[in-house]
Design a binder for this molecule. Sequence first.
Ligand SMILES: *[C@@H]1O[C@H](CO)[C@@H](O)[C@H](O)[C@H]1NC(C)=O
Ligand SMILES: *[C@@H]1O[C@H](CO)[C@@H](O)[C@H](O)[C@H]1NC(C)=O
Ligand SMILES: *[C@@H]1O[C@H](CO)[C@@H](O)[C@H](O)[C@H]1NC(C)=O
Ligand SMILES: *[C@@H]1O[C@H](CO)[C@@H](O)[C@H](O)[C@H]1NC(C)=O
Ligand SMILES: *[C@@H]1O[C@H](CO)[C@@H](O)[C@H](O)[C@H]1NC(C)=O
Ligand SMILES: *[C@@H]1O[C@H](CO)[C@@H](O)[C@H](O)[C@H]1NC(C)=O
Ligand SMILES: *[C@@H]1O[C@H](CO)[C@@H](O)[C@H](O)[C@H]1NC(C)=O
Ligand SMILES: *[C@@H]1O[C@H](CO)[C@@H](O)[C@H](O)[C@H]1NC(C)=O
Ligand SMILES: *[C@@H]1O[C@H](CO)[C@@H](O)[C@H](O)[C@H]1NC(C)=O
Ligand SMILES: *[C@@H]1O[C@H](CO)[C@@H](O)[C@H](O)[C@H]1NC(C)=O
Ligand SMILES: *[C@@H]1O[C@H](CO)[C@@H](O)[C@H](O)[C@H]1NC(C)=O
Ligand SMILES: *[C@@H]1O[C@H](CO)[C@@H](O)[C@H](O)[C@H]1NC(C)=O
Length: 813
Amino acid sequence: MWESFVLLLACSFGVCIALDTITITQPIQDSETIVSAGQKFKLGFFSPENSSDRYVGIMYNLPGTAIIWVANRERPLNDSRGTVVILEDGNLAVINGVKDMLWSTNVSSSSANSSAQLLDTGNLVLTDESNGRIKWESFEHPTDCFLQYSKLGASTTGSIKITSWRSPSDPSVGTFSAGLSLSQIPQLFVWNNSSPYWRSGPWSGTAFIGIAGMASANYQVMDVLKDNSGSPYVTYNYVDTPFFYYLLSSSGHIRSMFSSGKGDWTINWSSQLSQCDVYGKCGPYGSCNPKGYPICTCLPGFKPSDQEEWNQGNWTGGCIRKELLQCQRNESASREDNQDGFMNLTHMKVPDFAEPMAITEQECRKNCLDNCSCTAYAFYVGIGCMQWSGILIDSEQLPLDGTNLYIRVPNSEHDTKRGFKVAIASTVSAAAVLLALCVCLCWKCIAKHKGNEQQAKLSRMEEVHKVEDMVTVTMNQAKFEKLPLYTYEALANATDNFHSNKIIGKGGFGPVYKGKLFDGLEIAVKRLSNSSTQGIEEFMNEVMVISKLQHRNLVRLLGCCVEREEKMLVYEYMPNKSLDAYLFDANKPNILDWRRRVIIVEGIGRALLYLHRDSRLKIIHRDLKASNILLDEELKPKLSDFGFARIFGGNQDQANTNRVAGTYGYMAPEYAMEGRFSEKSDVYSFGVLLLEIVSGRRNTTFYSDENELSMPGHAWKSWNENEAAKLIDPAIFDLGAITEMLRYIHVGLLCVQESAKDRPDVSAVLLMLTSEISNLPRPKFPAYTGRIGFSEKSSRQRAYSINDISLSSIEGR
Ligand SMILES: *[C@@H]1O[C@H](CO)[C@@H](O)[C@H](O)[C@H]1NC(C)=O
Ligand SMILES: *[C@@H]1O[C@H](CO)[C@@H](O)[C@H](O)[C@H]1NC(C)=O
Ligand SMILES: *[C@@H]1O[C@H](CO)[C@@H](O)[C@H](O)[C@H]1NC(C)=O
Ligand SMILES: *[C@@H]1O[C@H](CO)[C@@H](O)[C@H](O)[C@H]1NC(C)=O
Ligand SMILES: *[C@@H]1O[C@H](CO)[C@@H](O)[C@H](O)[C@H]1NC(C)=O
Ligand SMILES: *[C@@H]1O[C@H](CO)[C@@H](O)[C@H](O)[C@H]1NC(C)=O
Ligand SMILES: *[C@@H]1O[C@H](CO)[C@@H](O)[C@H](O)[C@H]1NC(C)=O
Ligand SMILES: *[C@@H]1O[C@H](CO)[C@@H](O)[C@H](O)[C@H]1NC(C)=O
Ligand SMILES: *[C@@H]1O[C@H](CO)[C@@H](O)[C@H](O)[C@H]1NC(C)=O
Ligand SMILES: *[C@@H]1O[C@H](CO)[C@@H](O)[C@H](O)[C@H]1NC(C)=O
Ligand SMILES: *[C@@H]1O[C@H](CO)[C@@H](O)[C@H](O)[C@H]1NC(C)=O
Ligand SMILES: *[C@@H]1O[C@H](CO)[C@@H](O)[C@H](O)[C@H]1NC(C)=O
């Protein structure tokens, strides 16, 4: 046969290359398979256990079948005479021995010339060869599996859900499906037909907070991102093990499947760990506790709607209020002590139908109390205020994680129980509360120095005053997380008394020391010893911003210390220093090959996306540059230095500042010249960084000759002269990856365009880099943050860093 001839030919050169593509001239038959280029997945025929029916599917190329996708799931073949072919109309189809079509990609198409290629991601892609367009892909039509790089929830044609098999021996569509809900805060759901069967709880920016263990895991398990149209989707693409996927079993359980590569698939996690993981197990106003006996109880202020059924373990009827809320009664509730209050439940999976609000925790409580239809509220960093106004369903007491849930109860309830304090709307202004928090946060250790206490208190107040406007902005968005405090002694000991040979770098406001704590933990200590106003502001800013964030591509703050004049931040130690050390040092061996650079770019992009979008706070970093990218032991990037970062309020997307701070060469023109900053000014810096990473050259020197161009200018020139390939770092030049490298340069140029509104946002940048957006727009003229403008507009006093040290200055106010 012709196709075996091709195989033979391929094998005859010593290396046997299995084909990964089906074309009109290369169909496959029952005994044949195609294998993805990296040997990870194969497509072929199989029979499920206890069945003689034949199906076409994609599976891991490992012993023991782990089927991740099925083509003809509704119409099996009854013998081994099936074929997978490209039809005359260009569709991919499964046909049986008598040429009946059992399944096809069924896309209307003008061209017959197409091919179906199995990629190393497990995606089967049907491409129109005449124009290179993707007509269909299996990731957009999943069956019951959810793979790394695939998306659950978003699609160009309606939401993507996965649907279970009917039974382990029958791949046809079963009753269960899973996907993202369309509620205001994204939640992952499993549905049985159309009724909810399992719910993950709301997405916080780093975790689904109703899944025990997910928020406290120090790695991310999934990510929720937004596509171009703004609809959310779930994805995961950082799993280090190559053999890992999520499966919706025929019994309605989402399972993560894990293999060492020898065909031994094990279930690593399941959505159904206890009876409480069934949606609404305890009915309306009930709460489930898998360790309780019985597992169901009514929420505070409620009693079973049918005590007899309840006692027999039929909880579906749920609970009803024991007595009316104060606000529901007709008698006037003018007396202060006659108000409703809240019962505080800890470690809760919050009920379904949360309504998010962009207000502070205190406001959240007050707002709920003021509105009689509000039945409960909660506050979670990364989400903010959540309120409930209808029934409370699917609450659960979790063994860990979860959040505090405040249930509204009438006065008599919270008065009589265990001395529960009546919640009274705080009369203290939010700022004062914040300041108090702020003081607790970092200044607590001052108290230890009794001798100097009075003086310390004074200077403390001074410092606090200075950061006040920043604090109030922050306060409107979220609350502080508690930070561990380190004593001066411990840090001095860890760093050999801040010995100069322990200095490993310079941060925005002082030297950074390497240290080792008593327990052996390696740390990086950022020290601000000179108490300039500037430094303190940056210091406080950094504490506030980073203590609230958690992402695998952000450097982790372990704690802080403020004693007398000393102010220090303690970070996890990054053994591989910063990116610039590798990128620009010609004397170092080139350990950053292209793949590693791609991982670094993606990591930084994801960190930015998290700052701009995924945490509910919008944060503009303002000082993105190579020396602020630290590398961990695997050379994965972590963004650091939040001294200049700014938090944006709810709908704010741009701000002005008199204080232009950042690093020359990375600053967007509208920011450098007019002090306007936004997501797009970070995108500009990202673009410069991207060009530097591809070219391996730093080209941002301030003191440059009139004829020399900045990095963006230089890249733009090469691009227009069709010489962009010359920009590529000779150390990584590789013809095989050249298209990708050129695309990176292209995207870099899009990021550094003069006009901020022409620049793509970070989510688009990420899609462009991974080529999911194939037709990139032509870049327009870039901003040359060269000499232009600086000499003319010099009314503001400025200081710029030269390459790696960020400096800043304030215009006299
Ligand atoms: C296949 O049949 C055997 C024997 O009836 C049974 O033990 C096994 O569970 C079945 N497997 C599946 C996947 O149904
Ligand atoms: C298999 O299916 C074909 C077409 O549906 C039918 O003609 C044939 O009789 C079937 N063979 C068996 C063994 O059932
Ligand atoms: C192909 O799609 C059209 C509509 O998009 C539908 O009406 C038709 O039934 C489909 N055909 C098959 C074989 O699935
Ligand atoms: C399909 O298109 C490709 C690219 O345009 C071309 O090289 C090839 O000859 C075409 N094949 C057929 C069968 O038309
Ligand atoms: C799923 O729903 C059907 C009715 O639609 C019901 O008969 C079945 O028991 C449900 N399955 C589970 C596991 O709850
Ligand atoms: C799941 O896999 C990860 C990584 O291999 C491992 O650390 C974790 O312990 C596993 N969890 C379970 C429940 O097996
Ligand atoms: C459970 O209780 C509800 C009322 O609370 C009742 O309507 C339903 O029939 C009961 N179910 C069973 C199985 O007894
Ligand atoms: C409150 O007053 C309205 C009419 O003013 C009456 O219909 C209602 O029953 C009263 N509710 C209670 C709890 O007394
Ligand atoms: C609720 O309880 C938790 C744990 O005891 C506590 O940390 C939190 O401050 C309480 N909330 C209020 C408003 O009292
Ligand atoms: C009270 O809450 C409900 C539901 O969230 C909302 O529709 C209503 O407008 C609120 N009322 C006031 C006075 O805020
Ligand atoms: C400093 O560390 C040494 C051990 O390395 C220990 O013996 C000593 O007590 C520590 N000093 C202080 C002040 O904790
Ligand atoms: C930027 O790089 C180009 C090409 O390497 C070089 O000609 C130019 O002098 C550099 N400019 C600066 C300011 O270093």
